[in-house]
Design a protein around this ligand. Structure first.
Ligand code: G6P
Length: 610
């Protein structure tokens, strides 16, 4: 969602800020802006609705010699997307500029108070009150003004501020919204961002600010304070993501690049997880008594992460015989869920910053449950709010549509299911070895699928003409249908619905005719025959069928318009393999329909507000 960057050094700040904003584009935004000192005792604030390129053009047309400044990409929450509502926002006198991620919940009350005191507001945003509060509390010290300002704020925020009288510093703070700061000694520059991607070209040793901490960035270094302005020394984290990972590397879009990275993502995630028939998940810090006491598992997540949870339910129940519920975090948090000390809660979040998932984690822990996070982002909020963390090793995911993180999540959850199965005495070391062997086959099976996508492109042409698409499958097959349909909706703007194949006749079959194609997952599984019968019902309604089937399945070839083959594998492994053609299908349909695959409208990579 919104992105923040800040730079203070020796180079032309506007160039570095624009570069940082480009790197944050993947998070989704509707407008962008920067603020730098203008050199005449004023601030230059340049904002544009739309793409960062617009802003870049506007900046190129001006003299901007400043060597410090802040920038922002905005995703509208309060106030429509517009130049006026874009950040940075300034105080009455135009001396202070701020950028903000998150939501100030008590902004109406604060705005009334500030208006009554004579402050003039220019935008419809909640953010602008922060600039005016800083103005109100500023007494020659911007850090002290920030400390006072945040005591007035309710909600979530990452805030960076500059003052025209202090061209030697940027002040930044946060609560429930990520901020990372880093010092690049060689360049004598300090940087800040809401996301490591925007600073990692300059430094790999960074500080993830904690809630309530304030940092002052200068050309000489970074000083951190707690909320009472006592200096503190937060730990440096070395981030070893390669810069390549942030670039498309020859692929036409990040989504395709990331789909092709899936074999590696799965390999890295499962590497070394089983030794001598024992699942080694030290991160799941549960002793035998804890495991004995677990009588249920509750999985929470949003979007794609929720769908990974659906796969996990099948396998934890199958292998560990523990009842599992899977909940959308935004519902879980408001419905007084039944979890307690005997519930193992698994919170799945690619970004580790999703507001609803974080709220659900807090609720589960408050009710006494042990919460383990499954996330892709080191240092993310969820890692600090959970009892333990399992990282998926997908590496940075730029495309808004999650792909490699989904497969890596599934692989990680498969390990958890094996771990629980073994600890509960349901899986022998031999069985674990055998399951792990099968799982380790999946990366090369994905590689096979990626070698020839011609049939998927053909199927995409068929689907792209439709106005609505149905996805059906059973068991594992149905869980990945939900994700397949979500991918299609997200990037091609085509209506799609997923149903367990057996449910079709209880309603949705009424929608079927020759204009509504159906994607049917009929890979090898104990319920393949039943699903094939459902496909017959579909054909009788004249719908075109795209089947995802196991190589050599001639029956699928006879009945379907297109067959997307995947290599033979265990049915549970098909959660990984059969997801790949569904991802590619969505991408090719999006391209057929002329959509911007990496920047789907209205969506954000990371939803850090409710
Ligand atoms: C947003 C993204 C989805 C993602 C969901 C959950 O809606 O667009 O792709 O699945 O958030 O994100 P998380 O980072 O918690 O997995």
């Amino acid at each position: 969602m919104c992105g923040i960057v800040g730079y203070i050094g020796r180079e032309k700040a506007s160039d570095i800020l624009i570069e940082g904003l480009h790197r944050l584009e993947y998070r989704g935004y509707d407008s962008a802006g920067i603020a730098v000192p203008a050199g005449d005792g004023a601030l230059e604030v340049i904002r544009r609705e739309g793409k960062v390129e617009e802003l870049e053009r506007a900046c190129a047309a001006r003299e901007l010699p400043a060597t410090m400044g802040i920038g922002h990409t905005r995703w509208a929450t309060h106030g429509r997307p517009s130049e006026t509502n874009a950040h940075p926002h300034i105080d009455c006198e135009g001396k202070i500029a701020i950028v903000h991620n998150g939501i100030i919940e008590n902004y109406v009350q604060l705005r009334d108070e500030l208006k009554a005191e004579g402050h003039t507001f220019r935008s419809e945003t909640d953010t602008e009150i922060v600039a005016h509060l800083l103005e109100k509390y500023y007494d020659g010290d911007l850090v002290a003004a920030m400390a006072k300002t945040v005591t007035r704020l309710e909600g979530a925020y990452g805030i960076a501020a500059i003052h025209v009288d202090h061209p030697d510093q940027i002040v930044v703070t946060r609560k429930d919204s990520p901020i990372v700061v880093g010092y690049a000694a060689e360049q004598q520059a300090s940087l800040l961002a809401s996301d490591i991607v925007a600073v990692m070209n300059y430094t790999r040793d960074v500080i993830f600010l904690e809630d309530g901490q304030i940092a002052k960035l200068t050309r000489e270094g970074i000083t951190c304070y707690d909320g009472n302005l006592a200096p503190i020394e937060p730990a440096l984290t070395h981030v070893d993501w390669d810069a390549e990972s942030a670039e498309r590397g020859g692929y036409p879009d990040f989504m395709l690049k990331e789909i092709f990275e899936q074999p590696r993502a799965v390999r890295d995630t499962i590497a070394g997880a089983v030794k001598n028939g024992r699942v080694l998940l030290d991160e799941l810090d549960l002793d035998d008594d804890d495991i004995e006491a677990i009588d249920s598992v509750c999985i929470i997540g949003c979007g794609t992460s929720y769908h990974a949870g659906l796969v996990a339910r099948e396998l934890i129940e199958r292998w560990a015989r523990i009842p599992v519920s899977v909940e959308v975090a935004s519902e879980f948090r408001y419905r007084d869920p039944i979890v307690g000390s005997n519930t193992l809660v698994i919170a799945i979040s690619q970004s580790g910053e999703t507001a609803d998932t974080l709220a659900a984690v807090r609720i589960a822990r408050a009710k006494g449950a042990q919460v383990f996070a499954v996330t892709n982002c080191v240092g993310s909020r969820i890692t600090r709010e959970s009892d333990g963390v399992l990282y998926v090793r997908a590496n940075m995911e730029i495309s808004v549509a999650a792909t490699k993180s989904f497969l890596a999540q599934i692989a990680c959850l498969m390990l958890i299911a094996m771990f629980l199965g073994q600890k509960k005495g349901r899986l022998t070391t031999r069985q674990v070895n055998s399951l792990y062997y099968d799982l380790r086959e999946t990366p090369s099976q994905i590689e096979d699928i990626l070698q020839d996508t011609a049939e998927i492109e053909k199927a995409a042409k068929l689907i792209a003409k439709a106005h609505s698409v149905m996805y059906v499958g059973r068991g594992i097959g149905s869980t990945i249908c939900y994700e397949g349909a979500l991918k299609l909706k997200e990037i091609s703007y085509l209506h799609a619905e997923a149903y367990p194949a057996g449910e079709l006749k209880h309603g949705p079959i009424a929608l079927l005719d020759e204009t509504v194609p159906v994607v049917a997952v009929v890979t090898d599984s104990p319920t393949r025959m039943q699903t094939l019968s459902n496909v017959q019902e579909i054909l009788a309604r004249k719908s075109h069928v795209v089947a995802v089937a196991t190589e050599g399945d001639e029956e699928a070839a006879r009945i379907a318009d297109c067959v997307l083959y995947v290599p033979p594998c265990k049915d549970w492994c098909s959660a990984i393999t059969a997801s790949v053609p569904l991802q590619l299908l969505a991408r090719y349909v999006a391209l057929e329909r002329g959509c911007d695959v990496d920047h789907p409208r209205n969506l954000a990579k990371s939803v850090t507000v409710e």
